[in-house]
Design a protein around this ligand. Structure first.
Ligand SMILES: [Zn+2]
Length: 249
């Protein structure tokens, strides 16, 4: 068991929350009961995940994508009201960590996704050092890399092959990090993996010869929350369950 406020303080410290300029508040987003015994982790605080957390008897929900983002108008209406109301009616705490959970060197999305792919970063690149880059190792051909990426994502991935060069350095950044492609190229990557793709990256892959693989936003960000949840469970003696709500995007 841990006090809610102690978990909040601990996470702020270990995830170095103050270091990041982010699109929403990191930390306790919805305050629930003061003590936590059962923790549920997941990717996004969707109504589906909140309902699953209620069914699992959670005292707290730990997610990568919380409820509040820059650009919202602040009204608790419609779908947002439904999510907040469900959490508050059940007195469940909502903890959300966006960029701090992408970046963390051990439990973060990039570290854990990289480990699942068989990659380990020896350097970082891009805005707020969110991009990871390391040796390709056994994944030195595009075929091997695409097969591994697909197996880890458990879905089809979209591959822009580049110029067919042998892969020595690989860069990756989970989620909607397609805008990091140029920074990955500048960091010396022969291929870049992320969740999403937009129109310009197809041209960049053709014109620079650097391969680009889009693995799915959700699929690439499914790794940090369970790792952090497992750590918290061990550290504070909690029950923990990761609940994956499938998302094709
Ligand atoms: Zn994301």
């Amino acid at each position: 068991m841990v006090a809610r406020d102690e978990m909040d303080r601990y996470l702020r410290q270990v995830l170095e929350v103050e270091k990041f300029k982010d699109y929403g508040p990191n930390g306790l987003q919805v305050e629930g009961r003061p003590e936590i015994r059962k923790l549920v982790s997941g990717v996004t605080a969707s109504l589906g995940l909140i309902e699953a957390a209620v069914a699992a008897g959670a005292d707290a929900l730990l997610v990568h994508h919380g409820l509040f983002w820059r650009g919202q108008d602040g009204r608790l209406t419609g779908w947002l009201k439904a999510r907040v109301a469900r959490l508050m009616a059940q007195d469940i705490n909502l903890f959300a960590y966006h960029l701090p959970l992408d970046a963390h060197a051990e439990w973060g999305n990039n570290a854990q996704w990289g480990a699942a792919l068989g990659l380990r970063a020896d350097s970082r690149f891009g805005e707020q050092a969110l991009g990871f880059v390391g040796e390709a190792g056994a994944l030195s051909t595009l075929q091997a890399l695409a097969q591994r990426a697909q197996a880890v994502a458990q879905r089809d991935v979209l591959v822009l092959p580049g110029d067919g060069r042998a892969l020595r350095r690989l860069a990756w950044c989970s989620g909607g990090a397609q805008g990091y492609f140029e920074a990955a190229i500048a960091a010396g990557a022969d291929a870049f993996l992320t969740g999403e793709i937009s129109e310009p990256q197809a041209h960049l892959a053709r014109e620079t010869g650097v391969a680009f693989i889009a693995c799915g936003h959700h699929a690439s960000e499914r790794h940090g929350a369970p790792a952090l949840g497992a750590h918290l469970a061990a550290h504070f003696g909690l029950q923990h369950e990761f609940i994956d709500i499938p998302n094709p995007a």
